[in-house]
Ligand binder design. Sequence first.
Ligand code: PXP
Length: 239
Amino acid sequence: MTPLKLGVNIDHAATLRQARGVAYPNLPEIARLAEQAGAHGITIHLREDRRHIQDADVYTLRKTLTTRMNLEMANNPDVLRVALDVVPDEVCLVPERRQELTTEGGLDAAGQLDALRPTVRALAAQGTQVSLFVAPDRRQLDAAAALGAPYVELHTGAYANAAGDALRRELDALHEAAAYAATLGLKVNAGHGLTMDNVNPLLDIPNLDTLNIGHSIIAHALFVGIGQSVRDMLAAIAR
Ligand code: PXP
């Protein structure tokens, strides 16, 4: 099996900064330390409400990152303008609700084919690799394939929150969805709610390319520093 890649989501370093409206912690420096520790890419989510990552962060990080920039965004014209200007290596289209604590569900790609098509096309035309953040559900994978997105990111939130029999069911759904995605020619990433303690059962999911992990890495960094936190996660996802 090829090694799994790690995309480090640094949104919550920005959350800490925005909590006080100050200039620290310095995001490019956090990203640099994560990259130096072996992160394969840096993920940031420019939310409609700009609660953590700001437009200026996207522009600055575009210049400073030495690995890949994965920009998570809703299908929103205001954020799309930034993505078309900055040309991230990757964009992951996600659903957004203002009141949610985090991205709580997958994108209803099947229900929004017409709205998503021009966005996927515009991003692909500039060479950005498009991914759709979807639940492990065949209907959504069919929609991603119909839209011509090369990647899906499977939402692991339900798995991360489950216990007992439900945990087994969620794990089976992720395995099944990844196998089905392969039959459609889709490449598969996964993320949300993953920690060093719950990630291991995901490692043998077929056809898995990258795990995007943020909150637990930033939290663990409070104890060990960002570089060591990334190294610890890389060790946890080694296969
Ligand atoms: N992948 C996607 C598409 C997300 O929206 C998020 C949360 O921003 C993550 C991965 C990372 O989730 P977490 O911070 O829970 O690791």
